[in-house]
Write a protein that binds this ligand. Structure first.
Ligand code: PSU
Ligand code: MN
Length: 324
């Protein structure tokens, strides 16, 4: 009786999820042939950068993935369909945010966006869900969400962290921004059972715009081959939690620590004064920092996303080799 029940539920779920996800043919074929696929999130497009730089960046990041021999799969919600692998035209449509009016979509927002047939940019948490449904083991982004400063009173902890705790997906990012409380974020990731490593030679956990946060990552991984082996074992053991590989921003585009710290402080104070809260705080701070740095932070942001996409693709290529 119990067995029938379980298998019935599973069948329903599978049927439901295939109806729900629209997977681009190229991505589907690559996945069935066990070739490397790298997912990309889309909140960076919808809420992280202004139009039209967002569209240009999204296209260029896909090209980086292709140049490394992997297939890019940008994830978003288009007219209420969870879409894995956007076409160029779809990226353009979504990125024109005045028209597409996208919802920043984390786990808690997903069912609303699907049922109202709206467009959505998936955050790290939303993208992890799509990866878990379609079986994409790895994805690249700029920075993940984390534990906010003063979270002890605001309770503002990004759903990215709990999502990393519940799905077996590897994320490549440049750590987290110092708009967040970095040591608390690292503690929270530990509680969630998330493997965290900096990509060597540094053992420092990066702070997005700068190479070091002054806090050590629990592990340091020295090559993409080593990273792929860790992901493989993680999957073999069947752990239902994720991995985070933190890649420091390339030297040439790192921002000065002192300058960016002051700017972040000012941006946080302005957010406080204006009462910005919840899902609006991260996009607000990103836009504020871009304006206060005269666009320099946007350049750094784009450069590090491309670099992370390159590293994620190289890991995906290695993973595909050792999985066969
Ligand atoms: N951090 C960044 N850039 C970003 C984000 C975070 O440096 O664009 C986006 C990502 O999509 C991330 C989301 O998943 O913001 C986290 O939002 P929140 O803090 O509201 O959970
Ligand atoms: Mn939040």
């Amino acid at each position: 009786m119990f067995r029938t029940c379980v298998s019935f539920t599973k069948t329903c779920w599978r049927k439901y999820s295939t109806n729900l996800v629209r997977c681009h043919e190229v991505v589907k074929t690559a996945l069935t042939e066990c070739r490397p696929v790298v997912a990309l999130e889309s909140t960076i497009i919808t809420h992280g950068m202004p139009f039209p730089q967002n569209v240009k960046c999204a296209m260029e990041v896909e090209d980086v993935v292709r140049s490394q021999g992997a297939v890019p799969a940008t994830v978003a919600i288009l007219n209420g369909k969870l879409t894995v692998g956007l076409t160029q035209a779809e990226i353009e449509t979504l990125g024109d945010i005045k028209r597409s009016d996208p919802v920043k979509t984390s786990r808690r927002d997903l069912s609303y966006v699907l049922s109202t047939k709206r467009n959505g940019g998936t955050t790290v948490s939303g993208t992890i869900i799509a990866c878990a449904i379609t079986g994409i083991p790895i994805f690249a982004t700029g920075g993940i969400g984390g534990v906010h400063r003063r979270a002890e009173t605001s309770f503002d902890i990004s759903a990215d962290l709990t999502e990393l705790g519940r799905s077996n997906v590897a994320v490549v990012s440049s750590g987290v921004k110092s708009i967040l409380d970095i040591p608390k974020t690292l503690e929270y990731l530990e509680t969630q059972g998330v493997f965290v490593a900096s990509m060597g030679p540094t053992t420092d956990f990066p702070a997005f715009y700068s190479k070091s946060s002054g806090h050590h990552a629990p592990y340091c991984v020295n090559s993409v081959t080593e990273a792929a082996r860790i992901i493989k074992e993680h999957r073999n053991v069947g752990l239902h939690s994720g991995l985070l590989f933190a890649v420091p921003v390339p030297d040439r585009c790192a921002l000065d620590d002192k300058i960016i710290d002051d700017i972040i402080k000012n941006a946080l104070e302005k957010a406080d004064r204006e009462g910005i809260k919840g899902k609006h705080i991260t996009p607000f701070l990103l836009a504020e920092i871009a304006s206060l740095t005269g666009g320099n932070s946007l350049e750094t942001n784009i450069a590090l996303i491309k670099n992370n996409a390159m590293v994620a693709s190289q890991i995906a290529v290695e993973l595909a080799k050792i999985q066969q």
